[in-house]
Design a binder for this molecule. Structure first.
Ligand SMILES: [Zn+2]
Length: 423
């Protein structure tokens, strides 16, 4: 038989890396083998064929902040970085916490070039209404502190909200910073002009304190599956490890920028203000260890585009990341010793299992043919004028990475063909 498409390369499977061919038919991976025939054949020349990257933490900004990003431009950035599924966050100017807001957003997302899923927000005044969203979302998101556009949980019975989410069967992602700790710390650094003062205004204890309250709250909702967003400190990883050892289904994600930069980087690069902030080198090393040893479950961008003038003049927090997903993956593999099989777990198998996306998560027969082919030997210097995100800049501007995405398929259709976008 002749397949629609055959890709030949180093296939990253749960059992290891195989020198093999992937046969694709009608949008699905049909078989992995050798000597396959195809009407189109791509010889990747030893590139790694990953299952399409799934980024469970992105802010596509539409509706409401289309000047920063929209589903078309954000998804083009995703394809550029090898990301084939994105999960959007609910903190738009009109939060995605009602069925109507979700309908509006889902309609806008139809123009995306990659697959888009949604997190639902927790309705502030009637948290019980969150169940009305459950048919259209893959999970929920709760903010324990103030950050861009977020409706912060007003405090009180965290366990009660956890029970409501657990009853839907969907997981909960949590932005973990403790507002009371931030308020105290922010007063201490008020008027402090140092470029890294933001890191002291939202100190590590703020995250650790919030994660503790999450672990406490889970005692009254033992069935909750929870995810600590963008874990940034060594102590957070210890708390997640302990909670799991104690039988809680608590996971955490690590964001690209916390793996690549430290708070020292803020002294030279004024674009790096994020929530939670960049941390010390010891924390960066701990995150890298957590990525390798299984403490961290997900690798994410926390793609949070703002216009540069909003960053530099108003101090908006958040950096874009989708364009650079495969860049950072290549760096993790080539320069930081992360096993590609582990990368596939962090970027595809774990997110698919966590969100209940049974049709993806591995390069295997019967799975969607979402594939991210990464060339580890295609160095590239990131430049602002090469990104697809509408905000038009990258935190990595000027950084040389060892590799990048070279072919990307979504349901068997090419989104990127030998470094060139297919439009
Ligand atoms: Zn975020």
């Amino acid at each position: 038989m002749e397949h629609d498409l055959v890709l030949e390369g180093r296939v990253v499977t749960p059992g290891g890396i195989l020198d093999a061919e992937v046969g694709v038919d009608e949008g699905l991976v049909k078989q992995i083998g050798s000597g396959l025939k195809g009407s189109r054949r791509i010889r990747t020349g030893g590139c790694l064929i990953f299952p399409g990257f799934i980024d469970i933490h992105v802010h596509m900004r539409e509706p409401g902040w289309e000047r920063k990003e929209d589903f078309r431009t954000g998804s083009a950035a995703a394809a550029h970085g090898g990301v084939t599924t994105v999960v959007d966050m609910p903190n738009n100017p009109v939060p995605t916490d009602t069925p109507e807001a979700l309908r509006v957003k889902a309609a806008l997302a139809k123009k995306a070039l990659v697959d888009v899923k949604f997190h639902g927000g927790i309705p502030k005044s009637r948290p019980g209404d969150l169940s009305k969203l459950s048919g259209g979302v893959v999970g929920y998101k709760l903010y324990l502190s103030e950050t861009t556009g977020a409706a912060r949980f007003p405090g009180g019975d965290l366990g009660g909200v956890f029970k409501l989410v657990a009853a839907t069967g969907k997981p909960l992602s949590l932005h973990c910073e403790d507002q009371a700790v931030i308020d105290r710390a922010a007063r201490r650094v008020e008027g402090d002009g140092r470029p890294d003062a933001h890191a002291d205004a939202r100190p590590p204890e703020s995250e650790v304190s919030a994660v503790r309250s999450v672990v406490d709250g889970m005692a009254s909702a033992p069935l909750l599956r929870a995810n600590v967003c963008h874990a940034s400190t060594s102590d957070t990883l210890s708390l997640v490890r302990e909670a799991r050892a104690g039988g809680r289904d608590l996971r955490c994600e690590v964001a690209l920028h916390h793996l690549f930069f430290t708070r020292r980087s803020m002294l030279e690069n004024r674009r790096l203000r994020t929530n939670p902030p960049l941390r010390r080198e010891e924390d960066r090393q701990a995150l890298l260890r957590g990525l390798k040893d299984g403490t961290a479950s997900f690798l994410v961008t926390d793609h949070a585009p703002h216009l540069l003038e909003e960053k530099l003049a108003q101090g908006a927090a958040g950096v874009p990341g989708l364009d650079d997903f495969a860049h950072v993956v290549a760096w993790l593999v080539r320069s930081q010793g992360v096993d590609p099989v582990r990368i596939a777990e962090l970027t595809s198998a774990n997110p698919a299992r966590h969100l209940g996306l049974a049709d993806r998560g591995a390069v295997a027969p019967g799975m969607r043919a979402d594939l991210s082919v990464v060339d580890l030997r295609a160095p590239e210097v990131v430049k602002d004028d090469k990104v697809r995100t509408k905000c038009g800049w990258s935190p990595y501007d000027g950084v040389e990475f060892p590799g990048r995405a070279r072919w990307v398929t979504l349901g068997g259709e090419l989104l990127m063909d030998d470094f060139e976008e297919v439009s």
